[in-house]
Design a protein around this ligand. Sequence first.
Ligand SMILES: [Zn+2]
Length: 233
Amino acid sequence: MDPAKQLYDLQTLDLRIAADAARLEAERSKIQEPAEVRQARSAAKAAEQQLEGLQKQLRASEQEAAAINVKKTAVHAKLYGGAVTVPRELAALEAEEGALAKSVSQLEDRELELMAKVEDAEKLIAGAAAELQGQLARWQSEGSAAVEHIGELESELRQLQAERAEQAAQVSPANLALYERLRPRKANRPVALVENNMCGGCRVSLPSGDVHRARGADPPHLCDNCGRVLYVK
Ligand SMILES: [Zn+2]
């Protein structure tokens, strides 16, 4: 077997393995939660937090109004209970009751405002939840296709790795070492196919004597210009 052909076949397998590995990585990145889903999720969360804040304000306002009402009832009882008779004191109690009633009415206005805001926030939450659900469904349909593709690529890669190991076992240790040494320096293409007396790696024309000597040479013949292993079919 021509050593250069052995190395050329090895290179072909290595390039297929590298291409599959890159595709696998791209598919795996699809499995990560996409930006649209993350955005929809945080919008839904923000809407929920807004509603929570409004409900808290509403409860506080209701509690305040209840406390003032208790006070107002006490003032009212005092005012009409008959125990207080001094006109100046009665006038003061009347004024206090009036002020308390005004506070309650202000709080009630505020509650109405807050209730309207709560309603808006609830609508916002419903919209955000629907958006999130839609984005999740879309991602999951894309994701399941990606999962399937990942499975296919993984089994293809396993098969290619096995073929590669078999192929590498046929190459002499010295030639395999040469290939592995050149590989990183030649951008994963350490073997060049010679066509029309031209090196396929650097496109330089080779003397016909070189091409003749390269055929079947062991150790393989290297291109004088680019240093790649020359494979003459
Ligand atoms: Zn060359």
